[in-house]
Design a binder for this molecule. Structure first.
Ligand SMILES: [Cu+2]
Length: 637
């Protein structure tokens, strides 16, 4: 493999970054490392890099001292073994960590007050109890604990060993904990509900009377001559596409330098594609749920939450995997085996026409899929980026896992969810995902246009009222860049390079075709919306700035207000003919269903990036026919 400046940090580099801070900044035993990641090289460095050239490696580290709560952000020079910057962060709580989650569960299960509260409910086997710690907004932290690193927790229990904890919520019992001292601060024993007879198990031997279907025959994917892509380190090439695969603790998989080969020249499409935030507000104001707003990217990190993928289960066929290197709060690296799956899929027909003389001319569509899966407590998110032979890029997210449920007493079902089991409802909630799309369409001087259809009024030129025209409106400033989906005009957004024309003489572009967008449906003064103003619009556009990465702010744990997009865009900078970043908000408005219990089949949403005048004609004309009779010349009659 050829090293590249965009390669994620190795285990040795992570260890070195932590070691340099321990040595030079007195980072001791009572400290935790929240994150250690590559400081990505500038665009110019990436553009000018040639294989074998010198590489300067730097790590960005967030760490804090548990004794006084002081948070620091460091830039560590790995190439020259020194601390380049060491900045105190007075108003930030770092991301939640895996170590805290486990330590908190253990500490609270051993606490006499928790044991007592559970005993009152008839639960005495503490080995079957799971305590799920959540972060929350500053406005919800009890007054007397403000300023600390505070979590709140739900309690769940397994009815037998190996059964699902999420099958059995301990309704009405919540804990507030100081995460730096690992100390229980409050036991909120709000109310008790007599346990209903629910069935929340999904593992076959735990489902009463479960027999599995016996009519599912094997379906295998075979590629006898191997795959059509190559992977050199993190450089991936497939069907004229090329890109670099990155990975970090917060965004999980990142796609860098996505380009398409056009007549021997790699034309840039995107500099960087990733998920920059996910906001999941539960829309249930009752005691059990009013704190439940997750920021799965900013609080927990899609990288930290990534799980290993298994052949023939998660991905079918000829698979290449990439591992990911993460770290614990002591700065010790560990490897997530098979974190990213790369493979080709057949996707039915690409194009087809049947002509009376020639017969059928058909091409199969093939796509290259890069995916990773995360598990955040009860929920799974499966992320798929797909490249197509005709220049399309599709980003799909599937949500699965186990819904949060709560029990209620007969006749008292809250209206904020759906009945899914006996006296058990699953609260409504929303999953807002923010895709950060740093597009570079044939270079970085781009302008975004809102592109909309307009039906013209009836008139002499339009006697039947049929005339439809397309209006393209340039978005010139950040204020204009705040856009909402409009069903009535089929609004989409086109990223155009005015300096490059296609063979037809029109400027080249890529269109963001929206999908899965929905409004926040939240009062303007809602403290949740104040922390996540990004969800107030479908699209935001900013001029590229390397420090502008997190739409709800760098530190979202216990945040009061959004210090990301609303703060940056308040400058109302020009976004015309410049290196632009698109922030696309989509996701799932999750109105829960009985069929999603006790385990939820995937709920799928996606959006597309489609070449729009980027090519002169269909770039997939040259896709060869499959063997078989899908090609006119093979006609037998
Ligand atoms: Cu959901």
């Amino acid at each position: 493999m050829t090293p590249h400046p965009l390669d994620p940090l190795s285990a040795d580099e992570i260890r070195a970054a932590a070691g340099i801070l321990r040595r030079d900044r007195g980072v001791g035993e009572r400290w935790r490392f929240a994150s250690i990641e590559l400081r990505e090289p500038s665009k110019a460095t990436v553009r000018d890099f040639t294989a074998g050239g010198p590489i300067r490696r730097e790590a960005v580290v967030i760490c804090w001292n548990r004794d006084d709560g002081a948070v620091y952000k460091a830039l560590v020079g790995l190439s020259d073994d020194r601390v380049v910057a060491w900045d105190h962060q007075p108003d930030g709580q770092p991301n939640m960590t895996v170590d805290e989650y486990h330590e908190c569960d253990e500490a609270l299960r051993a606490d006499p007050r928790v044991i007592e509260a559970l005993a009152k409910r008839g639960i005495t086997d503490m080995a079957r109890v799971l305590i799920d710690t959540w972060a929350y907004g500053a406005h919800l932290v009890p007054e007397q604990h403000r300023g600390g690193r505070i979590g709140w927790a739900d309690v769940w229990y397994r009815s037998e060993d190996g059964s699902s904890p999420y099958a059995n919520p301990v309704t009405g019992l919540h804990l507030v904990v100081d995460l730096n001292r690992m100390e229980l601060l409050e036991v909120e024993d709000a109310h008790r509900v007599d346990e209903p007879e629910t069935m929340g198990e999904y593992v076959p031997h735990l489902v009463p009377g479960q027999t599995l279907r016996d009519d599912v025959k094997p379906l295998e994917i075979v590629q006898p001559e191997g795959v059509s892509f190559t992977l050199d380190g993190n450089l991936l090439r497939w069907q004229k596409w090329s890109l670099r695969v990155g990975f970090n603790h917060r965004e999980g998989m990142v796609l860098h330098t996505v380009g398409y080969d056009d007549g021997g020249r790699t034309r840039p499409v995107a500099h960087r594609l990733s998920f920059a935030e996910m906001v999941v507000p539960y829309r249930d104001p009752t005691t059990d749920h009013y704190r439940r707003t997750a920021f799965d990217v900013g609080e927990w990190g899609l990288g930290f939450m990534t799980t290993s993928l298994e052949l023939s289960c998660d991905c079918l066929g000829e698979i290449s995997y990439l591992d990911a290197v993460m770290h614990d709060t002591r700065g010790e690296p560990y490897t997530i085996r098979n974190a990213i799956c790369i493979h080709e899929e057949d996707n039915a027909v690409l194009w087809k026409h049947v002509d009376a003389q020639v017969g059928a001319e058909v091409r199969r569509q093939r796509r290259l899929v890069l995916s990773f899966h995360v598990t955040v407590a009860n929920y799974e998110y499966l992320v798929y980026w797909r490249l197509y032979q005709d220049g399309n890029i599709e980003c799909e997210v599937r949500a699965t896992g186990i819904m949060v449920t709560t029990h209620f007493t007969e006749g008292n079902q809250p209206p904020y969810g759906t009945l899914v089991d006996e006296r058990a409802y699953a609260p409504f909630h929303q999953h807002f995902l923010v895709a950060r799309l740093d597009l570079d369409v044939d270079g970085d001087a781009n302008t975004v246009y809102a592109t909309e259809s307009e039906a013209l009024p009836v008139g002499p030129d339009n006697p039947h009222g049929l005339a439809l025209v397309q209006r393209d409106t340039p978005l010139r400033t950040e204020a204009e860049g705040r856009q909402d989906y409009d069903w009535s005009t089929q609004r989409a957004w086109k990223v155009v390079n005015e300096h490059v024309a296609n063979g037809l003489g029109t400027p080249v572009g890529y269109k963001l075709v929206p999908g899965g967008c929905f409004p926040p449906m939240m009062h303007a003064d809602s403290p949740v919306l104040r922390r996540a103003q990004v969800i107030g619009h479908t699209l935001w556009v900013t001029p590229f700035h390397e420090d502008e990465r997190w739409p709800c702010g760098e530190f979202v744990v216990q945040s009061e207000q959004d210090r990301g997009l609303p703060a940056w865009t308040a400058q109302d900078r020009s976004i015309e003919d410049i290196d632009v970043v698109l922030w696309y908000v989509f996701g799932i408005h999750h109105i829960t269903r009985p069929e999603e219990w006790p385990v939820m089949s995937v709920d799928t949403v996606s959006f597309w990036l489609k070449p729009t005048g980027f090519f002169d004609r269909n770039p997939a004309l040259d896709v060869p026919p499959n063997q078989g009779h899908c090609h006119g010349e093979h006609r037998s009659d």
